[in-house]
Write a protein that binds this ligand. Structure first.
Ligand SMILES: [Zn+2]
Ligand SMILES: [Zn+2]
Length: 345
């Protein structure tokens, strides 16, 4: 078995090296990876060599949106078998701390997450992973869709945090992969009117194809005027920010209705931001935030399996493993047209 592994060294460099196939421990399985999605965070590490305090040192493998086939079982693994097709939840929590015990394991301070330095990623032929973090895909759900469970979970978590329900009016700021995953989730959870805002026309076209009821091009139109028209003078029940720009984060309380909810998903480059707390207080808004996701892999897989969410539409680009560098360069150079690029192993 060949284990070809994609490494970056300094920002913008990438090479492939063959390494040993790892051996699964008692509670682990060995997975032959079939697809790996390229995430915004992967691109950040590739472009800048760091995200905040997480700094790439030495040879580093990216990738955390993966699905594959089980080829070997650890001695304690009973619930999975060789040949099972699985999506891998990339974060391994400690299981012992307060956050883990409360079920909020995404907030575990000791979580070990693929492709978050110093933890290596999964853009390679074989990885070992805890069996209880591998989720079986039904026969009719493809491996590509399995790789997209990860970003879908972010959208589902955003909608759960905002308590999106039947009949709601929702504004989503940003139509990148996470914005579109949030759109798919909001529609599946029953939202009646979902408005998607972005600067790129092409992305707004994707949003329309994926079920947005209205789209607004913030470069040409006034977001507040348009939303007022759409919602008959009211604000939105839920405003979900996925772009991570100081400008769109600032807009969130003004777009929400009295008593509405704002969900902050996009990560801004700077932590200190200007925000209108007068709006928050006079409208009695609820502000929620999102850090990754929790307890949602089974939900996402069920929603894909029963057809309530079609993640395949998000895949715009496919590359073989040997073109990993080209894949990353394309995502950077053609941000407007790439929703989700996947690498096929
Ligand atoms: Zn991701
Ligand atoms: Zn923990």
């Amino acid at each position: 078995m060949k284990n070809e592994t994609v490494y970056m060294k300094e920002a913008g460099t990438m090479f492939i090296r063959e390494i040993e196939v790892p051996e699964p421990k008692d509670d682990e399985v060995l997975v032959e990876i079939k697809y790996c999605g390229i995430c915004g965070s992967d691109v950040h590490y590739y472009e800048n060599g760091r995200i905040g305090d997480y700094i790439v040192e030495g040879d580093f493998t990216l990738g955390h949106e993966v699905a594959g086939e089980i080829v070997k079982l650890g001695s304690n693994v009973k619930d999975l078998k060789v040949g099972d097709r699985v999506a891998l939840e990339p974060g391994i929590p400690c299981g012992k701390c307060e956050c883990c015990k409360e079920g909020k394991y995404n907030l575990c301070p000791d979580v070990v997450f693929f492709a978050t330095p110093p933890v290596q990623g999964a853009l390679q032929n074989y990885v070992v992973h805890p069996a209880d973090m591998c989720f079986k895909l039904p026969d009719h759900v493809g491996m590509e869709e399995g790789a997209l469970v990860e970003p879908l979970c972010v959208g589902l978590h955003a909608c759960r945090q905002g308590d999106v329900k039947l009949g709601d009016n929702v504004v989503i700021l940003g139509a990148g992969c996470i914005g579109l995953a949030t759109l798919l989730s909001a529609k599946a959870m029953g939202a009646s009117n979902v408005v998607v805002v972005d600067l790129f026309e092409k992305r707004l076209e994707f949003a329309k194809e994926m079920g947005a009821n209205y789209v607004i091009n913030a470069g040409r139109e006034d977001v507040f005027d348009e939303c007022r028209k759409i919602f008959g003078g009211r604000g939105a029940d839920i405003v979900i920010e996925t772009a991570g720009s100081p400008k769109t984060i600032y807009q969130t309380p003004m777009l929400a209705k009295q008593g509405g909810t704002v969900v902050l998903v996009g990560i801004a480059v700077n932590n200190d931001l200007t925000y209108n707390f007068g709006q928050v207080m006079s409208k009695e808004l609820t502000i929620k935030s999102v850090f990754r996701y929790r307890n949602l892999y089974p939900v996402a897989i069920a929603a894909i399996a029963d057809g309530s969410i079609d993640v395949k539409k998000m895949i715009t680009h496919r590359f073989p493993l040997h073109e990993a560098k080209k894949a990353f360069d394309t995502v950077i150079a053609d941000a407007e047209n790439v929703v989700k690029a996947v690498i096929e192993l």
